[in-house]
Write a new protein. Sequence first.
Length: 95
Amino acid sequence: MNTVWQFATSPTIRFGRGCLGGLTHCLTQRQIRRPIVVSDPVVLSIPAVESVIRSLAQIVDSKQIFAGGQAEPTVATAEAAIAAAKAVDADAVIG
């Protein structure tokens, strides 16, 4: 059974069991150099997520973290995340 799902709308949205393991390969393949991670403090504190964020340092020029995310985000939260991404000229969003 395929446990990694992919949509062709953004141009790519991937999620599901195992997708973190392929993140660095995906970023390298697409020549992503300035991603922004958008999440909330709870998710960012999960050891697997912390490990992936540390591994980004080996393959990207810079990484930014927007930790102001929340479940069912408000428009203001979304606008703050967009502003953070624009401020660092992010070329991908990881969330």
